[in-house]
Design a protein around this ligand. Structure first.
Ligand code: NDP
Length: 251
């Protein structure tokens, strides 16, 4: 595929993300996994293995395509692949098996659709770095430094708040109102952190597929956070009134 067609594919992929975002927000569709899971979507599998399989294509495709591609590997390539691998090693291998959700299942429909979307995002980023990116990479630029700071801040927020949510099940079964730290301001700081993390990644990588992935993350996670926020309000009468869904004080 040449660069022009690759860019067109990215634009089409971004357009699809925006369509999915508008559909999820306007029709208030709740993707049926986690707290919104139900058996109306066909065959179900264990949520631990569901997470593993749906994240695996992104985890593997990006580094594999980067390394089998003919393009010379420079320091920025190693850095970008390293950041991706750091995130996806946790999301694919560690996170799914830390969940304290006994016997919980998710529909195979979700697993297959996420497997496809994650695979496509891994493919776009890997194909670009393996085959298409320019080879004259400059030394360390401001965007690399700023992007790294944003990436690690996002990762810290995402993993720190995922851990707090998982720990809620240590004390008692079932759902509780999360309290403290960023939960004071928003219902889903883990989703907020992930959005920040991939924005940082796009700033470091400074490439169209990295921006495409950041847009996909935003379009996926804002509706999910809105669904979670609404679910908390429906299920807890004493849910804090001034808490927003995903953007402190705004949304
Ligand atoms: P949730 O916040 O819904 O759940 C995370 C874990 O914490 C689950 O085990 C959940 O249990 C448990 N949990 C959550 N809230 C409570 C509560 N109030 N009381 C008790 N237990 C709770 O996260 P998601 O499933 O939406 O996402 C998980 C991770 O994956 C996040 O870091 C998210 O950013 C990331 N993600 C990234 C996407 C992307 O496009 N890049 C897409 C989707 C997710 P249970 O499963 O029973 O609800």
């Amino acid at each position: 595929m040449n660069l022009e067609n690759f860019y067109l594919l990215n634009y089409a992929w971004i357009a699809l993300a925006v369509i999915i975002f508008l559909t999820l927000v306007i029709l208030k569709v709740r993707a049926p996994y986690g707290r919104h899971t139900n058996d109306k979507w066909g065959k179900m599998i264990s949520n631990h293995w569901g997470w593993f399989w749906m994240e695996l294509p992104a985890f593997l495709l990006f580094p594999i395509l980067t390394f089998i591609g003919p393009r010379e590997k420079d320091w920025l390539t190693w850095l970008v692949v390293g950041l991706w691998t750091l995130h996806y090693f946790n999301r694919t291998i560690i996170f799914p098996f830390r969940l304290r959700t006994r016997g919980k299942k998710m529909p195979l429909t979700i697993v297959f659709s996420a497997l496809f979307f994650n695979g496509m995002n891994g493919f776009l980023n890997g194909y670009y770095l393996g085959y298409l990116a320019p080879e004259d990479v400059p030394g360390i630029t401001v965007n690399v430094v700023v992007g790294l700071a944003v990436f690690f801040l996002g990762m810290y927020i995402n993993q720190g708040t995922d851990s707090r949510l998982i720990a809620l099940r240590k004390k008692q079964e079932g759902y509780q109102i999360p309290k403290g730290w960023l939960f004071k301001y928003i219902s889903c700081p883990n989703h907020f952190g992930e959005i920040v993390e991939w924005a940082g990644f796009a700033i470091v990588a400074w490439s169209i597929p990295a921006v495409t992935f950041a847009v996909w993350t935003l379009c996926n996670l804002v509706p999910r956070a809105l669904n979670h926020h609404e679910w908390y309000q429906e299920n807890f009468e004493d849910y804090p009134k001034d808490r927003k869904a995903v953007l402190p004080k705004i949304w």
